[in-house]
Write a new protein. Structure first.
Length: 144
């Protein structure tokens, strides 16, 4: 048989667990994490890009990070630029490599920017592949 004080503590614990569960479910519903990938290719290489982001509250996108990999080109003088932009083409975040990107390794960059969905944000990755046959360029895009 449960005493009144044991019953009260049991109820208090049950309420606390219920409140915690409700808060967790609410947080899960208001921000959903996502990732997207895309690529472009030329005869001298492939640029693969990816992004990690959240659909935040208040009709925004929170871009956490972006990444890229150059494939099928191990030369040491590839060039890459990455941009998180608004639909009008203005940069929210930008990064440009030196003339020293070697293929075969994934590079990740931290962005940590919040953008209104009204601004139609997107991620652009652009590469110039180093080649004795002549440099080629390509661009890949990801819409948030």
């Amino acid at each position: 048989m449960m005493t009144a004080s044991v019953r009260a503590r049991t109820v208090a614990v049950a309420v606390a667990v219920g409140v915690g569960l409700a808060a967790t479910l609410l947080a899960t519903q208001t921000a959903s994490a996502d990732s997207k990938y895309n690529e472009c290719s030329k005869s001298t290489g492939v640029l693969s890009i990816g992004t990690e982001y959240d659909h935040g509250s208040q009709n925004t996108v929170y871009v956490k990070e972006v990444s890229f990999t150059i494939e099928r080109n191990g030369n040491a003088h590839n060039n890459v630029y990455l941009r998180v932009r608004k639909g009008n083409g203005s940069d929210v975040w930008a990064w440009t490599s030196d003339d020293n990107v070697r293929g075969g390794k994934t590079h990740t960059k931290t962005v940590n920017k919040r953008i209104s969905k009204v601004d139609k944000p997107y991620f652009k990755g652009h590469a110039t592949f180093d080649s004795d046959l002549g440099d080629e360029t390509c661009a890949a895009y990801i819409n948030y």
